[in-house]
Design a binder for this molecule. Structure first.
Ligand code: NDP
Length: 330
């Protein structure tokens, strides 16, 4: 069926400036790490992307290796763009990354200019685009001079293949240096993408303050801890869930009874707010305005709708925050 975008799509979404830049990102972004690969049902992914855009989600987060197989999420997203979003390219912020294993040999991994440059060209091909909005170095490479990795990012901007650049999973000192090196090249680092959720709070250990000082935005990934911070696992491991899949990104040993007990207590707090655990977990990562956007993954449209309802009640009271702290410390 031909796609007609919802005319009211910008009415309820909230947008935050990405650090000290003019680029606003929706507080909820859609991540395509899982559920958009060659092994997944294409029409489900397409329906999720449509639903997201209809709700004001303008930012779609990809990487070269998302699939499986690697590259297939970009291919599928490229097909969706071509089929449904040709009229909307300028309303979209499309991100991709390079930094993890993509092809065999020494030039298909980590942070060399050779790898990043070739990978971005391949990503553009798969996406069917002339440029991406954000190109990330997916991880810090201890064996490549940071000047080289940042040089590859800066070159991508100069060549018009990326509008902005970012880093992901960089330790604090390398974050500071990356920003400095890019600045010296006349290129601003837009954003740092890091993991952050109620169950992984390393971001709070100085990195957020550093981002603020450097003017960096922050997109946070796995805000639902891959599904643990939802009601998905409270009655066991559903056969169609990420924890049941053989790829091993979310292994069942993460679902310890103590963790599930915390999720049950979070469910009580969420219920008092008329929310689900997922909505509470998303409101919680967004409580700090320095978090630009929570990059969420979903395997079906209903999950996305659930997550979008976070916006109906996004503020948390001090009392609620204190109660959440008690649960997390228990
Ligand atoms: P989440 O923590 O959002 O987990 C997503 C999973 O949670 C879904 O696949 C689904 O599991 C479950 N879920 C989502 N919403 C609900 C809901 N309302 N109710 C019940 N279950 C729900 O994030 P991801 O780990 O998927 O990461 C999000 C994105 O972040 C990625 O797609 C990617 O773009 C980015 N990312 C970046 C990384 C980096 O190194 N820069 C690393 C990892 C991710 P199920 O499939 O079982 O239904």
């Amino acid at each position: 069926m031909e796609y007609q975008a919802n005319p009211a799509r910008y009415d309820t979404m909230k947008y935050r400036c990405c650090g000290r830049s003019g680029l606003k990102l929706p507080v909820l972004s859609l991540g395509l790490w899982h559920n958009f690969g060659g092994v997944d049902i294409f029409e489900t992914g397409r329906a999720i992307v449509r639903e997201a855009f209809d709700a004001g989600i303008t930012h779609f987060d990809l990487a070269n290796n998302y699939g499986p197989p690697p590259g297939s999420a970009e291919e599928n997203f490229g097909r969706i763009l071509k089929m449904d979003f040709q009229a909307h390219r300028d309303e979209l912020v499309i991100s991709t990354k390079a930094g993890y294993t993509m092809w065999p040999g020494p030039y298909g991994d980590w942070g060399s200019k050779k790898y990043l440059t070739a990978s971005l060209d391949q990503s553009l091909q798969r996406l069917g685009l002339g440029y991406v909005d954000i190109f990330y170095s997916h991880r810090f490479d201890p064996e490549t001079p940071l000047e080289e990795t940042m040089g590859a990012l800066s070159q991508a901007v100069r060549q018009g293949k990326a509008l902005y650049v970012g880093i992901s999973n960089y330790p604090p000192e390398q974050t500071r240096r990356a920003v400095e090196i890019l600045e010296a090249m006349g290129c601003r680092c837009l954003v740092h993408q890091v993991r952050y959720s109620m169950l992984d709070r390393r971001l709070e250990e100085g990195l957020l303050d550093l981002h603020e000082r450097l003017g960096l935005g922050c997109t946070v990934f796995s805000p639902l801890e891959q599904g643990i911070l939802t009601e998905r696992y409270l009655e066991g491991i559903p056969g169609d869930s990420r924890a049941a899949k053989p790829h091993g990104f979310l292994t069942p040993d993460r679902l310890e009874e103590a963790t599930l007990a915390r999720v049950r207590r979070l469910k009580e707090i969420a219920a008092e707010r008329g929310q689900t655990v997922a909505q509470l977990a998303l409101a919680w990562v967004l409580r700090d305005p320095r978090v630009t956007s929570a990059v969420v993954g979903v395997s079906r449209v209903e999950q996305l709708r659930d997550n979008l309802r976070t916006l109906d009640r996004i503020e948390l009271t001090t009392e609620e925050l204190n109660r959440i702290e008690q649960v997390l410390a228990s």
